[in-house]
Every structure is written in C-alpha cells, then in structure tokens.
Design a protein around this ligand. Structure first.
Ligand code: UDP
Length: 332
C-alpha cells in the first residue's frame, strides 16, 4: 500500500517511515524541511520518494496524492513547541490548523479517505483527573494545544462531511531514539528535557536547569509520561492497519507511567556515567504538574503495548544517538 507521510523528515515521522518501509509499505515523504532533516528520511527509507513541499500548497499535495496513487496519509507535519506558540500564536494557527485544512482539502479532491494524525496531550491542558482518559474534557492552555484541538475538530467535520476515516493519536512525551543510533531527536534550538540532560552529559552544556521543585508531586518536580518513539511508530502502523473510511478514533499514546524531572536526571547519571550538574530554577509558564496517560483504549483498539518505554530503554537509546551525533544530523 502507498502511504503519504507529511513531516516525514521529523523526529517521530522518520521513525515511523522506517517502520512502515520495513513492514512493506511504500512511503512517499512530504516535508518542507523547515525543521526536519532530509537525511533522516533517507536513512529511514533507504532513499525513498520524497517531495519537498508545504502543507499550505494544496495543489502540490493533491497532485502528489493523485500521481503517486496514495491510499492513506500519516500526518505529522506541525509546529510543536509550547513556548514558541505563546510567542507566535498566528504562526501556529496558520501552520497547524490551516495546513491541516489544506491537506484535508487535497485528500478530499484526490479521493483519499484514510488518515492517521499526530495529536497531543496538550489538548487536555491541566486536567484534575489523572490518569488522563480520552473523554477527559479538552481545555488547552496554550496556542499549540489549541491548534491541535482545532485540527481534531476539522477531522470530525471531514468525517461527517466526506466520510473521512481518521485516527488521532494523542502523544504524551515522545522520547528515545532508534536502537541502532541512526535516527534520533535533533531540534534547533533544543528545549526538551531528555536531549538537554544528555547534552550536559556530553559536556555541551554546563548544567540542567530544573524548572521548579515546588509542584504538588512526590519530589516537587513535574511528572510526565515518557513514551519511546519506536512505540509511537508502532502505534501509527497499527492505526493504519485498523482504520477504515468513515471511522473516527482518538487515542492516548503514553506508557501509563509517570516520571519526575529529578528521576530523569538521576537515571541519566546512571546511564551515562556522568555527573550532570543540576540547578533548581523558576517554574516554566504553562507547565502542568502531572500528565499521565490512561492508555487502555490504545491497547484495546490497536492491540498496542509500549515495548520500549521503560526509562532505561528510553535513556539508553537516546544516549547512544547523542553520543554518535553530538551535533545532530550534521555529524553523520
Ligand atoms: N524541563 C526542565 N528543564 C528543561 C527542560 C524541561 O525542568 O531544561 C521540564 C519541564 O518543565 C517539564 C519536563 O521537563 O516538566 C518535560 O519538558 P519537555 O519540554 O521535555 O516536554 P513537555 O512536557 O513540555 O512537552
């Protein structure tokens, strides 16, 4: 089956392209390369078909879907930084919401009616109830979360209007790297906890600043649900295999286990054998104290089990990637 993957050169996109290719799907990558790395897609697919283009270019998307005889789309392309979204909310609306709307139009025109989409825990905001279930009312607290919730509304409209079938996968904290150290996380600038902690271990930064230790959590630092990127890729594959036109499915993808910022730092010290100096800083605005997934629905509907999401597996694979690629994809 031929699949179009938007955001194919990004972190989760490239890992998913690799798994799809290994499973026998024919992958066509689509990415504007504003944040992604072409080499990541090449490594993932062994030089698969790639189209450099923007989501807002509806004509290019439509023509690609038609010319390549695409049967389903996996849609990752989006901006995903909370802090940046607060600073540039319009950019997030245009890229994420208008971009997805353009993709849906192109799919409708090309008669493609199956879509797997990345969504996020950020749509839930700061829920009282933990773990978070899919029917926890969405209440985003930043423009990024709002943009992804708006995308989910667009999907529901397209489902009712055009018979689109979709699976929206709401990721918790994506982490880790491919086990062979060939694909991994490379953002510029880097804002995520695990890559920053490992950059301290590599001597590229002096210390990690822990954003607040006065949260109502066991050790006072924020608790997150880290899920290995290989497990996310596996869920996309399963979603593609499950999905039929007209269906609408929303699923949480998390390990179901909460880990605090301090636990990450301590475990990274063990895995890397380095000190990793840490200082306590101010809270980062918009950070909820806890985010943990109830992942039972994904398990039930997709037959999915997170296999690689232990802290050890996440940190060991990420450490291998960072050691081999201290400057990201620039050092290959
Ligand atoms: N964090 C931190 N120091 C950093 C980066 C992140 O203490 O330099 C904390 C952040 O406050 C959050 C957790 O680590 O509680 C995970 O943050 P990240 O940015 O990796 O993912 P997010 O949860 O924002 O999606």
């Amino acid at each position: 089956m031929k699949i179009l993957v938007t955001g194919a050169a990004g972190y989760i996109g490239s890992h998913t392209c690799r798994l799809l290719t290994e499973t026998g799907y024919q992958v066509v990558g689509y990415d504007n390369l504003s944040r992604g790395h072409h080499i990541a897609f090449e490594r993932a697919t062994g030089g698969g078909t790639f189209v450099q283009g923007d989501l807002l270019d509806t004509a290019l998307l439509r023509n690609t879907l038609k010319e390549k005889s695409i049967e389903a789309v996996v849609h990752f392309a989006a901006l995903g930084l909370v802090g940046e979204s607060v600073e540039y909310p319009q950019r997030y609306h245009r890229n994420n919401v208008e971009g997805s709307s353009s993709l849906l139009r192109a799919m409708q025109e090309a008669g493609v009616r199956r879509l797997v989409v990345s969504s996020t825990t950020a749509i839930y905001g700061q829920p009282e109830e933990m773990p978070i279930r899919e029917d926890t009312p969405p209440a985003p607290i930043n423009p990024y979360g709002q943009s992804k919730l708006d995308v989910e509304y667009l999907l529901q409209e397209a489902c009712e209007r055009d018979g689109l079938g979709f699976v929206a996968l709401r990721y918790f904290n994506a982490a880790g790297a491919s086990l062979d150290g060939m694909l991994g996380e490379a953002h510029e600038p880097e804002t995520h906890l695990i890559p920053i902690v490992l950059q301290v271990a590599l001597g590229q930064r002096e210390q990690i600043c822990i954003f607040g230790d006065d949260y109502p959590t066991p050790d006072g630092t924020c608790v997150r649900d880290y899920v290995h990127v290989n497990d996310l890729a596996d869920a996309h594959l399963r979603a593609l295999n499950t999905l039929n036109p007209g269906q609408r499915i929303q699923l949480n993808l998390g390990s179901g286990v909460g880990t605090s910022v301090l636990e990450i730092v301590e475990h990274a010290r063990k895995v890397t054998g380095h000190d990793i100096p840490a200082e306590i800083g101010a809270r980062r605005s918009g950070d909820p104290p806890w985010l943990i997934a109830d992942n039972s629905r994904a398990k039930q509907i997709l037959g999915w089990t997170p296999e690689y999401s232990s802290l050890d597996s996440i940190l060991t694979s990420a450490w291998r990637w960072h050691q081999r690629h201290p400057q990201g994809y620039e050092t290959t």
